[in-house]
Design a protein around this ligand. Structure first.
Ligand code: ATP
Ligand code: MG
Length: 358
């Protein structure tokens, strides 16, 4: 909150205003508005409030005292003797007595209420991006379904070979749509779940075997061997982790499914557990196509895929690792990746051990 007298000198500023507008050392009692505030938009707003004698607002981007970019919304109230203050209760008492102007042309005092809208703006942009991404991803399989069905209606229905191929393709595209929608729904469920999940001690071997069971058919179809080395070390015969069973199953399932999907036929995927202080690191190692260094920082973003064509062909939507990242945070874990193009990729999931509950 900032309050200015009718001759536009500072009457009052609270700490939040000083920080948000980065007023720093400039500020002192009765400093003229023009010396205190550098943003032309605010100066214009105050001028408009005084000339039009009505409350107005504006929004602008700025940098706060800690050099952070912020989006600020400013509501400027016109406080004149004949014009009852709009927000009566929030007017400082010093201001209320400030009505010494001549009766014919009383200038108005001005009260600025500044709110930090940065987070709201970020969420708004996030929502816009998300909607744009989802619509874009939905469009491709839908266009294909439309094209196939139009071709069938235009005569291909009478050609037994063609109609079989087209109907198969319609089925495949519908599967992609279903997978995409499932991913989006899972992400939206995650967003409404608490930031931190309750954790319990879990046997890693149980988790791994349930994940492998689910992906065995895909691995066989791609001629990939899964080498499960978890529990094979005499030092660590039955590793335990702290987590949430369903979340960890989703995390490990996504990592293993990627390792299979982005491997060449005949390759091996290794699962390994390594103790690291009070944490356990789970490694998913593949000998697949690898990830280019220029993409590696982005693979955890929603809808990000290195090779759109290859990922789509393999049925990918680019949501898997975004879900992995979200769930890993929720169980107090961390995830890292190392990769070499053409050689292979290792995902390293680090979890708390039960004896050292955070
Ligand atoms: P889905 O939503 O079905 O998981 P996806 O596999 O394309 O689709 P992510 O799991 O988020 O999406 O992975 C993002 C991208 O990171 C992939 O498209 C791929 O390019 C790359 N990637 C992920 N894991 C590996 C891996 N083990 N080897 C090589 N590239 C990988
Ligand atoms: Mg994936």
């Amino acid at each position: 909150i900032l309050a200015f007298s009718s001759d536009l000198r500072l009457l009052f500023a609270n700490r939040a205003a000083v920080k948000l507008l980065n007023l720093g050392t400039r500020i002192h009692d009765s400093i003229p508005l023009i010396e205190l505030i550098r943003q032309p938009k605010i100066l214009q707003l105050v001028q408009d409030v005084q000339s039009r004698r009505q409350s107005l607002d504006c929004e602008f981007d700025s940098t706060d005292a800690s050099e952070q970019n912020v989006t600020l919304r400013i509501r400027a109230y016109c406080i004149s003797p004949e014009n009852k203050p709009v927000a009566k209760r929030s007017v400082p008492s010093r201001l209320k007595n400030h009505s010494a102007e001549p009766k014919d042309a009383p200038a108005a005092a001005v009260l600025l209420v500044i709110s930090d809208e940065t987070r709201v703006k970020q969420l708004e942009n996030y929502r816009k991006d998300f909607t744009a991404n989802v619509s874009h991803e939905l469009k491709t399989p839908l266009s294909a379904i439309k094209a196939y069905s139009e071709t069938l209606l235009m005569g291909a229905l009478d050609d037994p070979d063609a109609r079989y191929r087209f109907v198969t393709s319609i089925g495949e595209q519908a599967n992609k749509l279903e997978q995409l929608i499932r991913g989006v729904m899972q992400l939206s469920r995650l967003q409404s779940m608490p930031d931190k999940l309750p954790l319990s001690p879990l046997r890693l071997a149980d988790l791994i075997s349930s994940v492998i069971k689910e992906l065995r058919t895909v691995a066989d179809a791609n001629q990939i061997t899964i080498d499960d080395q978890i529990g094979s070390s005499s030092q660590l015969p039955d590793p335990m982790v702290l987590g949430d069973f369903d979340s960890l199953r989703t995390i490990l399932g996504n990592l293993l499914s990627n390792a299979i999907r982005y491997s060449k036929p005949g390759g091996t995927v290794i699962l390994r557990a390594i103790p690291n202080g009070n944490r356990l690191e789970i490694l998913v190692i593949d000998q697949g196509i690898g990830i280019p260094a220029s993409d590696i920082d982005r693979i955890f973003e929603r809808f990000y895929t290195v090779d759109k064509a290859r990922s789509r062909e393999a049925g990918g939507t680019g949501l898997g690792l975004a879900i992995v990242k979200h769930l890993t945070n929720a169980i107090g874990g961390t995830i890292g990746v190392e990769s070499q193009l053409g050689v292979g990729t290792t995902f390293r999931l680090s979890l708390w051990c039960p004896s050292t509950q955070p």
